[in-house]
Ligand binder design. Structure first.
Ligand SMILES: Nc1ncnc2c1ncn2[C@@H]1O[C@H](COP(=O)(O)OP(=O)(O)O)[C@@H](O)[C@H]1O
Ligand SMILES: [Mg+2]
Length: 125
């Protein structure tokens, strides 16, 4: 499962990722991966990778860093700044865009695959 989180700096991407992790039962610390590029969480049998490609300059680094194998595996991948990783990233199942709306946020969710659509059906609206 690949989930893109888009929106400008401060839009709330990391905050949403934290909410997803909390919702999945993670009770420990949740660091922003803005310096480390990736943080990994093991939630029961599920591996969740939280990426932030803001500081990524060369999309070729994606291969070099061995991230490709993570995306091709069974894990859930939340990706901040997917546009910085370029064409090296696989297609998203869900594309989430966030923007400020008053003191809150407006979120648009697009399901791009069957897996994404199945996921969207579980989001209360
Ligand atoms: N849904 C929200 N409603 C109100 N404030 C929010 C919301 N999401 C994030 N924020 C606030 O916006 C700021 C930036 O959030 P952050 O998640 O770090 O943004 P990003 O990762 O997109 O740069 C934080 O101070 C956070 O508390
Ligand atoms: Mg962030």
């Amino acid at each position: 499962m690949v989930v893109f989180l888009s929106g400008e700096l401060g839009a709330g991407k990391t905050t949403l990722a934290r909410g997803i992790l909390r919702g999945l039962g993670h009770t420990g610390r949740i660091k922003s991966p803005s310096f480390t590029l990736v943080e990994v969480y093991k939630l029961s049998r599920l591996y969740l990778y939280h990426f932030d490609f803001y500081r990524f300059n060369n999309p070729m680094e994606l291969e070099d860093a061995g991230f490709r194998e993570i995306f091709d595996g069974e894990a859930v991948c939340l990706v901040e700044w997917p546009e910085k990783a370029g064409a090296a990233l696989p297609a998203a199942d869900l594309k989430i865009s966030i923007r400020a709306a008053g003191t809150g946020r407006r979120v648009e969710v697009i399901a791009a695959t069957e897996a994404g659509k199945a996921c969207l059906r579980h989001i209360p609206r």
